[in-house]
Design a protein around this ligand. Structure first.
Ligand SMILES: *Cc1c(COP(=O)(O)O)cnc(C)c1O
Length: 394
């Protein structure tokens, strides 16, 4: 079984590039060049150097003593929260800006919901001196003020999407429109393993540094270069794809993705795509997607903005379909409790997205001689108000 992408951009029956004809030139230019660029010595040299000196890699693989005691197993946290800008997203934006430069692009566009991907994009544009335009729903701009201010401080222009529900999907539509109108000088940086081929594969390759480091670090710490379990939260699925990547072909490693169960999978307020989703096309690729009987995308819900997405990257749809990975929903309540627990037991305040992965320790029942790696995708500073409000009300 092949778990990585094939030449046509498919993971099993998922993936591909379902795009309007006017985008063909842009996507084709990227598709025919990305592997050549990424595999070149010159690219790898610059990418590795920036990951080390600018992002702060390798991130530690930390043995979480008190979480391990509590759950009677061996829990390691892969500290992506210690990256510059506080999450794994920068691994991808660094990679894509280097590709954009090599394609001769001077202008970068992106879409953002909670603003995390917008900040990571604005950061690398400042680093490279490229123009940056971030599309964001008008409602999200109001909800995510600190991130909007960060992007502006970094020199990016934040353009409000005024159509539809004025949230992420409308921002995505605006970004696509922009790209159609500026095919020559503009690169569109997508923030997760979603979108038309080659984006899911390109983003997964940039995030794969996570599992590459886990292998080396585990070999050093436990004398074996793989764990029994890898746990990661899944919005679009980029941090999970990176944490799974180098273990995909090792059947000894159980891969577990944790989705946003929101207020419960039957509540009408969740983003549990593998439970509720059906096959469909969203943002240029075929995957699992939460939709109504007649194919309208269902408005997703999660307390964590980063998991609030109605689809899932095609790689994960395939891993689910072939049962290579398991996916489970975690409710808001379970995630918030896990966020508090990790703060109190380890002195690490995780992003609420990440807390979904930590919450699964309650249900995993790993053995005392087993090794569990949790990808700590980001830090929770951005979520403090949400945590405080949640626990203040209880
Ligand atoms: C954006 C984000 C996520 C979700 O995105 P993926 O592409 O699924 O990884 C998870 N954790 C954090 C901290 C994020 O910022």
């Amino acid at each position: 079984m092949q778990y990585t992408v094939n030449e046509r951009g498919y993971y099993g029956k998922f993936g591909g590039a379902y795009i309007p004809e006017m985008l063909y030139p842009n996507v084709e230019e990227l598709e025919s060049n990305y592997l050549k660029i990424i595999n070149s010595q010159d690219f790898q040299h610059e990418f590795q150097q920036l990951l080390r000196d600018y992002v702060g890699r390798p991130t530690p693989l930390y043995f979480a003593t008190r979480l391990s005691e509590k759950y009677k197993t061996n829990v390691y946290l892969k500290r992506e929260d210690l990256n510059h800008t506080g999450a794994h997203k920068i691994n991808n934006t660094i990679g894509q800006i280097l590709v954009a430069k090599r394609l001769g692009k001077q202008r970068i566009i992106a879409e953002t919901g909670a603003g995390q991907h917008g900040v990571a994009t604005a950061t690398v544009c400042a680093l490279m001196g490229l123009q940056c335009i971030v599309y964001m729903g008008k409602i999200d701009i109001e909800r995510q003020k600190p991130n909007v201010e960060r992007m502006k401080m970094l020199g990016a222009e934040v353009r409000p999407a005024l159509s539809g529900s004025q949230t992420l999907k409308d921002a995505t539509n605006e970004a696509i429109r922009d790209w159609i109108n500026n095919p020559n000088n503009t690169h569109y940086i997508i923030g997760s393993v979603v979108g038309p081929h080659p984006y899911p594969d390109m983003v997964a390759r940039f995030q794969a540094v996570i599992s590459e480091e886990i292998k080396q670090q585990l070999l050093f710490k436990i004398g074996r270069d793989y764990p029994d379990y890898v746990l990661a939260c899944v919005g679009g699925g980029s941090n999970a794809a990176g944490a799974f990547y180098h273990f995909l072909d090792n059947p000894n490693v159980k891969l577990i993705g944790l989705e946003a169960g929101g207020k419960g999978i039957n509540s009408g307020h969740s983003a549990a795509t593998t439970v509720l989703g059906k096959i469909g096309i969203l943002h240029g690729s075929k995957s699992l997607l939460m939709q109504t009987e007649d194919g309208q995308v269902v408005e997703p819900y999660s307390i964590s903005a980063g998991l609030d997405y109605p689809g899932i990257g095609p790689i994960h749809a395939h891993l689910f379909d072939t049962q290579r990975a398991e996916f489970h929903p975690i409710t808001d309540e379970e995630a918030m409790q896990a966020g508090l627990l990790c703060s109190r037991l380890e002195g690490i305040i995780p992003a609420i997205e990440t807390a979904h992965a930590i919450a699964y320790l309650e249900k995993l029942h790993a053995k005392s001689n087993e090794t569990v790696v949790i990808n700590l995708s980001g830090r929770g500073d951005k979520d403090l108000q949400t945590y405080i409000k949640w626990f203040g009300e209880k």
